[in-house]
Write a protein that binds this ligand. Structure first.
Ligand SMILES: Cc1ncc(COP(=O)(O)O)c(C=O)c1O
Length: 421
């Protein structure tokens, strides 16, 4: 049995894979748009609500442009991500620059682009002002609550995390920027990643709302927005349930009425930087089986490798696998599904119960629409796969071609002729 949806019928996907060289990524435009609209609708009560889509999740201008049409901004962690956003029509304050360990020239470029600068450290104030040549009117700080909150496996415990200003530093940071002349302020945090428990998000809102009140009382700074970061999870495993975002929205709304309104801080804009929950479930990696082998275990070798999708190897992450055409077959075989890297952790699944698999079968790896292609790499000189967008009318268009050998060697100097010293 296949418990996860496919974006097309199994037959149509198989036909598509006859015409497109595998492996390839496929993104379902209609599902992404509907999901983005739902997200906006659920938080429509919130002043200035918007999601700045985390570009790192799926840095493809076609995806960013689709989200822009739904009113999304972009959250960027580097200058190239800012440039990609601009190339997708997302400009100025529609860009949140949430970086860390930031080079001064990226502060300068972000400021020039009109992006909102979200500072990760109190010492960055001086570096940034020097890089900008002036004090920005609008500034945001990333807060790390340390021992007040527990993180989760992917992002780690806040007390161990390299990100953000501590509870000791955060109020001072606003005092300093107010004194220097900033006029508009935001507050950011991100304390969880791939979290499915909605109460965690509600508690994060409580923490930020209370901090807004404290910053108002102790630094005389009224915040314009809070940025709740990303980190809303998706149900990678068929038996998991999606976060109840309606309940989260209601919970945050209640707290808003209890904390923000009585403190006279309404309206306070509420924004997120979610990536995974927006596109994650609507991306598919389609790969063909090269070899089925039997050693001390049973192996299915496919034509994708961990260089195309590294989450399973990196985090032991589960990604559901459908064997096309065998959806109704019993999962009565147990396989390790591997790539072709010379790394034994190059596996998409370990001891996975699947229908009997034969050479040439097509596998669909689910939930790769965020932090999938984006995390790919070139180890073993593996070339990166193409990305396709499935339009609502069923047509598929290439939105990134596969890497070629020429791309791979484009930065190499074969003649070794450049003298650097
Ligand atoms: C600063 C920041 N914002 C947003 C995100 C997006 O997270 P997610 O895709 O899990 O929502 C990330 C992910 O690593 C991040 O580092």
């Amino acid at each position: 049995m296949n418990e996860k949806n496919l974006p097309l019928t199994s037959e149509r996907l198989q036909t598509l894979a006859e015409n497109i060289p595998t492996p390839f990524y496929l993104y379902d435009e209609k599902a992404i748009v509907e999901n983005a609209r739902d997200f906006n609708r659920l938080f429509s009560w919130a002043p200035g609500f918007r999601n700045y889509y985390a570009v790192k999740a799926c840095p493809n201008p076609s995806i960013l442009s689709i989200l822009k049409k739904e009113g999304f901004g972009s959250d960027c962690s580097s200058l190239p991500e800012i440039l990609l956003s601009e190339a997708s029509g997302i400009t100025g304050e529609n860009i949140m620059f949430t970086s860390n360990n930031t080079p001064p020239e990226e502060f300068a470029a972000a400021y020039k682009a009109g992006a909102i600068i979200n500072l990760d450290d109190i010492t960055h104030i001086d570096t940034m002002i020097e890089a900008l040549g002036e004090v920005p009117s609008l500034i945001c700080f990333r807060y790390n609550p340390g021992p007040q909150r527990t993180g989760n496996a992917i992002i780690g415990n806040p007390i161990e995390a390299k990100y953000g200003l501590t509870s000791e530093q955060i109020v001072d940071a606003y005092r300093i920027m107010k004194k220097k002349g900033s006029k508009r302020f935001g507050l950011h945090t991100m304390v969880a990643s791939n979290e499915l428990d909605g109460t965690y998000i509600v508690e994060t809102a409580r923490m930020l709302f209370e901090l807004c009140v404290k910053i108002q009382e102790e630094a005389g700074v009224r915040l314009e927005f809070i940025d709740m970061g990303g980190g809303i999870g998706i149900p990678y495993k068929p038996e998991q349930s999606a976060m109840d975002l309606e309940a989260v929205s209601e919970g945050v709304h209640e707290l808003y009425k209890q904390i923000i309104v009585p403190a006279g801080l309404d309206p306070l804009n509420i924004v997120f930087e979610c990536g995974r929950v927006i596109t994650g479930p609507y991306g598919y990696l389609v790969s063909r089986v090269r070899h089925v082998t039997s050693k001390y275990k049973e192996y299915v070798g496919i034509d994708a490798s961990m260089s195309d999708l590294m989450r399973p190897a990196l985090y032991g992450a589960y990604h559901h696998i459908t064997v096309l055409g065998k959806e109704e077959h019993k999962s009565d075989h147990v396989y390790d599904v591997t790539g072709s890297l010379c790394e034994n952790n190059d596996k998409f699944a370990i001891d996975r119960a699947l229908p009997e698999i034969e050479q040439g079968d097509l596998l669909v790896i689910h939930d790769v629409g965020a932090h999938g292609h984006a995390m790919g790499f070139n180890y073993n000189a593996k070339l990166r796969p193409a990305e396709y967008l499935l339009h609502p009318d069923g047509s598929a268009v290439m939105i990134r071609r596969a890497q070629t050998y020429d791309d791979y060697v484009a930065t190499l100097r074969f003649d070794g002729a450049e003298v650097v010293l």
